[in-house]
Design a protein around this ligand. Sequence first.
Ligand code: SF4
Length: 293
Amino acid sequence: MHFTGRTWRPPYESASFIIQATSGCTYNKCSFCSFYKDETFKMSPLTEFEEDLEELKHYQPNARRIFLTGANPFAMSYEKLKMMALTVRDYLIKCQTIAMFASIRDIRDKEVWQLKKLRAMGINGLTIGTESGDDETLALVNKGYTTVDILEQCRKLDEAGIEYYLVYMTGLAGHNGGQRNAINSAHLFSQINPYFISVDSLTLFPDTELFSRAQAGSFVPAGEKERIKELETFIENLQLRTHLFANSVSNYYPVTAYLPKERDRVISELQGIIDTVDEAVMDQYRTELKALG
Ligand code: SF4
């Protein structure tokens, strides 16, 4: 298999088969992220993609879901994605789903009719690292789009029937910003239809701009209890029937919930942590977090 770039898939894609379609990120400007800083965005040549499919077919002829690598393979043009989806079908006749990361920017240049066609060809299950649904926070970390963009582009996916998963990141708005971020994000996410929401918590790594700003004092990180309170507020304000997974390693206390059914249970669990665990113990956990994988 031609794995040349940094290869990462979300935990919930662990049963999918990974194929390199792209490497790197087309944007690389989010101030909290250094994940693909040393790579430039590249698309895999079709010949290499086909060789990998051939190999996958040999070992997993019944593969039903594959996951394309890179920070945002959905940045590829409609024609390119169509060609890749059709090529997958040539090799893996039972493959139902071609999932991948996508940015809000990548949806912008595609019409609804094109999205519908891609969906019909198996492209589905887009993980979108929105991180926030609050304009002040999006601007603070230089996400490069606004809440209006999120609303417009996700509504196109809803119309096309493409399933997508949104990411929310606690702590991203900094000290005293979490409540505003949680309320505005919950209101925004409630106007669209994410299949589920995945929650991470900001961890500052030394090679990021946000880390340097924290060192210089122009960004004050949120405390750990503050972040859990933010998550409570986010959950309280979500008016959506969806699953929420706040169980990645970046969350001090992992929780999952089916909302709204399990809202009260999960909020009281989180409140129990705020009431019983020392902030210093939580700080220590964050300090020792070396990687998010
Ligand atoms: S958060 Fe995603 S879009 Fe932003 S720089 Fe990192 S990989 Fe690229």
